[in-house]
Design a protein around this ligand. Structure first.
Ligand code: GLA
Length: 736
C-alpha cells in the first residue's frame, strides 16, 4: 500500500521504494511532520505536550493552550507570522498589507500517478509507477487555498512535493515566499552535504556538521549556477559510501533557489527547498493560481552509494525524456577547443575526416557559425548562417558530415543577445532590464526576456526552422551569463517581481515545444560548462556539459561530486589538448581518455595536429569505449576512492547482474620508491571468477589473469610504481 490513510483521515503514511514518509493533522488542521526514513507501518501521533509544548518565548497560537506552540511543532508547511520563528515555507501579503499567513488543512485525496504540473518539469510518474496524496487547506482570513501534493514512487525511496496556491478570496494577494518542500526532522546530529564551486570547478563535495542556525545554499543568478547545485543532503555524521542514513533534497527547476537546514533551539532540523524569496514575489488576483516547482526527497539507509543509486535511477527512469535514459550516447568530436571561432568549412571537414577515421561518431560545430560571430563580442541573436565560413549553410555542412558516416551536432545560445547585434538594434526592449539603469554585461551579452511570449515564440520559430531545414542530430544549448537587472519591458510595476520565474516558465515552454517537435534530436545543456546542471534541465535535455574545465585531474573532483546526484549518462566529458587550455597542466592521453570515458565520451582538440601514435591511441580509446559504453552509461556507478583530500581517485561501473565491471583509478602525484596501493572493488559476485583485462596502467604489471569476485572485493587490485597523473583501468568479465 503506497499511501495509507489512518485514524479517520488524520494520519498518512506514504511508502516509497522501502522508505516511509508520515504526516498527520492536529488541532483542527495543523499539519505535522512525523517521519521520513526507514519503512514503518505507522508513525505514532505523540501527545502534543511531547512535540509542541509551549516554551518560554514561544507563543501559543491557540489562546489558553500552553501545550501547543507552532514554534515547537514539527511542521510540514510552516507559515509566516503566527509565532513560529524558524524559516517559513509560505508567506503571503494580503490586501490589508500584513503578511501573517496561516493554513488549516481540511481534506485529502489519494490519486493514482500525480496531478499534472502545468508548464513545469516534473517527475514522470504514471498511475502504475506511483500515487499521490493531495492535502487541501485554507487560510480562512485571506481566502488563500493551499494544495500540497506528495507523490510517492513505487520503485524508489523518493517523494516528490509540490504546492498549488489559489486565491479564492476577493482581493489580490502577493506571494512573497512559496517553498516547494519543508519538513522538521526531530534531531540535529547531521552533516550537511552540498556540491559547491565556481566556473571551471563545479560541484566539489562539501561536508560540514550542522550547528545551531541555518546552513543554506542558494542562487539568485537566474540559473541554478556553478556555485551551489540545488542539492542538500543531511547525513548521519558517521555515514559513509556504504553505511548510514542520508536524507537528500533536490528539485526539478533551473533558476533561483534557496535550500537550507535550520537547527532550532530545541535541536530539531528544518529542511527546505524553494524559490529564492530574494528575487521573487508574485501577485495572485482573485481566481488565479500559482504552482511551485517540484521538490524531490530521497532517503537512503545504505550511505551515499544508496542515495546516488536512487538519484541515478530517478534521473534515468523518471526525469529524462522518455527513452533517452536508455539510449546510447555517441562519441563526439567538438571543434571548440580545436579552432575556437577561427574555422573554415574545409578545416571542419578535415577535422571530421580524421575524427571518422579514429572512431568518433558525431561531429559538433560549436560557437561562431552565424552572423558576424568571429569572437565573443557580438552577434548573439543573429542566427543566420555565416556563408563566408559555411557556403553550403548548415544543411550543406551537415550533409557532408553525414557523408563521412558521422552524426552532426550544432551549438546554439538562444537565450542571449549581444548588444552589438542586429537583433538588439531591431528589438532593444527584448533584453531583460530596468528603466533608468544600464544593463550589466556578462561575456559582452545581455539576457533575452523569456518572460515575454513574443520572445519565446520567436525563439521557438527560428530553432524549429533550423532543426527542420537541416539534418541536425544533436544540439548543445548554452547559456553563458547570469541575470542581473531582472525586469521586463512588458510587465506592470507590481508584476516585475515575477520576471525570474516567468523567464523559467518561458524557457520551459520553448524547450517543451522543441523537444516534442524533434524527439530524435539529442539535446545537451550547458552553461559555461556546468552552470545549469540540474533536474529541471535534464527533464528536457538528457545530458549536460559537465564543466568547461576539461583537465583530467580537475575533472576528478568535478565528476566525483556530480555523481552524487547525476548518473554518468547525464554528464559529457571530453579529452582536450595538453597543455590544458584552462590551467596549463600536461597529463597523459590515457588519463585524459579514461576520465572522459567515465561519462558520455568525446574529444575537444585539433586531431589534425596530433602525431600518428596519438591518433592510434585515440583509435584504440574509441574502440575500448564502444566495448564498455553500456556499462558506463547504464551500469551502476561506484565511488571507490574519493579525490576529496586524497591523492587517488577511483571508481567503477558494474552491471546489474555483476557480469562485467570497469574500474578506473587515477593518482594525482606519483611517488618515488613508494608503497604498493590496493583497491578493493564492490558489488561483484563473490562466487564468480572474473577475467582481468588490464586496459591501462603503469609498466610492469604481472597480475593474475583471473580472480574471484570475493578476492577482488576482499583483497583488491594492486597499483605499482606510479608517475604523476597515472591511470589504471581494468575491464573485468565474469567467466561463467
Ligand atoms: C561556453 C561553453 C563552451 C563553448 C563556449 C562557446 O563557454 O561552455 O563549451 O561552447 O561557450 O562560446
Amino acid at each position: 500500500m503506497p499511501i495509507q490513510v489512518l485514524n479517520q483521515g488524520t494520519e498518512f503514511v506514504l511508502t516509497a521504494g522501502g522508505a516511509s514518509y508520515a504526516l498527520g493533522l492536529v488541532e483542527s488542521g495543523y499539519l505535522v511532520h512525523r517521519h521520513f526514513g526507514s519503512a514503518v507501518r505507522e508513525a505514532p501521533p505523540w501527545p502534543l505536550r511531547v512535540i509542541a509544548a509551549g516554551r518560554p518565548f514561544s507563543p501559543t497560537v491557540l489562546p489558553g493552550r500552553d501545550d501547543f506552540s507552532l514554534d515547537v511543532l514539527p511542521q510540514e508547511y510552516p507559515t509566516y507570522g503566527r509565532g513560529d520563528f524558524r524559516t517559513p515555507a509560505l508567506k503571503i501579503r494580503g490586501a490589508d498589507g500584513n503578511a501573517v499567513t496561516e493554513v488549516r488543512f481540511q481534506n485529502h485525496e489519494v490519486v493514482p500517478g500525480r496531478p499534472p504540473l502545468p508548464g513545469l518539469p516534473h517527475l514522470r510518474v504514471f498511475p502504475e509507477s506511483g500515487s499521490s496524496l493531495v492535502l487541501r487547506g485554507e487560510d480562512p482570513y485571506t481566502g488563500l487555498r493551499v494544495e500540497l501534493t506528495y507523490c510517492a514512487l513505487n520503485d524508489l525511496p523518493v517523494i516528490g512535493r509540490s504546492v498549488r496556491l489559489i486565491n479564492a478570496g476577493d482581493r489580490p494577494l502577493v506571494i512573497e515566499r512559496a517553498f516547494s518542500a519543508s519538513l522538521d526532522l526531530p534531531v540535529s546530529r547531521f552533516d550537511a552535504v552540498t556540491l559547491n564551486g565556481a566556473w571551471g570547478r563545479e560541484r566539489h563535495l562539501t561536508r560540514v556538521p550542522l550547528g545551531p542556525g541555518v546552513r543554506a545554499i542558494q542562487s539568485g543568478r537566474g540559473a541554478s549556477g556553478h556555485q551551489a547545485n540545488p542539492f542538500l543532503a543531511l547525513a548521519d555524521p558517521d555515514a559513509t559510501e556504504e553505511h548510514g542514513e542520508v536524507r537528500a533534497l533536490s528539485w526539478l527547476y533551473s533558476g533561483n533557489f534557496w535550500a537550507g537546514a535550520e537547527v532550532s533551539q530545541f535541536g530539531t532540523t528544518r529542511l527546505q527547498i524553494g524559490l529564492n524569496p530574494e528575487e521573487f514575489c508574485w501577485r495572485l488576483e482573485p481566481g488565479e493560481e500559482f504552482v511551485t516547482p517540484e521538490a524531490v526527497l530521497a532517503f537512503s539507509s545504505a550511505g551515499f552509494q544508496g542515495m546516488s543509486d536512487t538519484f541515478h535511477d530517478l534521473v534515468r527512469e523518471h526525469v529524462m525524456p522518455e527513452s533517452w535514459g536508455h539510449r546510447e550516447r555517441p562519441i563526439v568530436l567538438n571543434n571548440w577547443e580545436a579552432t575556437y571561432f577561427q574555422f573554415t568549412e574545409p578545416k571542419l571537414l578535415e577535422l571530421a575526416t580524421v575524427a571518422a577515421d579514429v572512431g568518433v561518431e558525431m561531429f559538433v560545430l560549436d560557437d561562431g557559425w552565424f552572423g558576424a560571430r568571429n569572437n565573443d563580442l557580438k552577434a548573439l541573436g543573429d542566427w543566420q548562417v555565416n556563408r563566408e565560413k559555411l557556403p553550403g549553410g548548415i544543411a550543406g555542412l551537415a550533409g557532408r558530415i553525414h557523408d563521412l558516416g558521422l552524426k552532426f551536432g550544432l551549438w546554439v545560445e538562444p537565450e542571449m543577445i549581444s548588444p552589438d547585434s542586429d537583433l538588439a538594434r531591431a528589438h532593444p526592449d527584448w533584453a531583460l532590464g530596468v528603466p533608468g539603469r544600464t544593463r550589466s554585461e556578462g561575456r559582452h551579452q545581455w539576457v533575452l526576456d523569456l518572460s515575454r511570449d513574443d520572445v519565446a515564440d520567436w525563439m521557438i520559430g527560428w530553432l524549429d526552422d533550423l532543426l527542420t531545414r537541416a539534418p541536425i542530430d544533436y544540439i548543445k544549448w548554452d547559456m553563458n551569463r547570469n541575470m542581473s537587472e531582472v525586469g521586463s519591458a512588458l510587465a506592470a510595476p507590481e508584476r516585475q517581481g515575477e520576471t525570474s520565474y516567468r523567464y523559467l516558465l518561458g524557457l520551459y515552454r520553448v524547450l517543451g515545444e522543441l523537444t516534442a517537435r524533434h524527439p530524435e534530436v539529442l539535446f545537451e545543456s550547458c552553461s559555461g560548462g556546468g552552470g545549469r546542471f540540474d533536474l529541471g534541465m535534464l527533464f528536457f535535455m538528457p545530458q549536460t556539459w559537465t564543466s568547461d574545465d576539461s583537465d583530467a585531474i580537475e575533472r576528478l573532483a568535478i565528476q566525483h561530486g556530480t555523481s552524487l546526484v547525476y548518473p554518468p549518462i547525464a554528464m559529457a566529458a571530453h579529452v582536450s589538448a595538453v597543455p590544458n587550455h584552462q590551467m596549463g597542466r600536461v597529463t597523459p592521453l590515457a588519463t585524459r581518455g579514461w576520465v572522459a570515458m567515465s561519462a558520455n565520451f568525446g574529444y575537444e582538440l585539433d586531431l589534425t595536429r596530433l602525431p600518428a601514435e596519438e591518433l592510434a591511441e585515440i583509435r584504440e580509446q574509441t574502440r575500448q569505449y564502444r566495448k564498455v559504453r553500456s556499462l558506463v552509461q547504464f551500469g551502476r556507478f561506484r565511488r571507490l576512492l574519493s579525490p576529496v583530500g586524497n591523492n587517488d581517485a577511483a571508481w567503477m561501473f558494474v552491471d546489474e547482474k555483476a557480469d562485467e565491471a570497469l574500474v578506473v583509478w587515477v593518482n594525482r602525484l606519483g611517488e618515488v620508491n613508494g608503497a604498493v596501493h590496493w583497491l578493493r572493488l564492490r558489488d561483484l559476485d563473490s562466487g564468480r571468477r572474473y577475467r582481468i583485462l588490464r586496459l591501462a596502467g603503469p609498466e610492469g604489471w604481472d597480475g593474475p589473469e583471473t580472480m574471484g569476485g570475493d578476492a577482488l572485493m576482499g583483497i583488491g587490485l594492486p597499483s605499482l610504481y606510479r608517475r604523476d597523473f597515472q591511470v589504471s583501468a581494468f575491464h573485468l568479465v565474469a567467466e561463467d
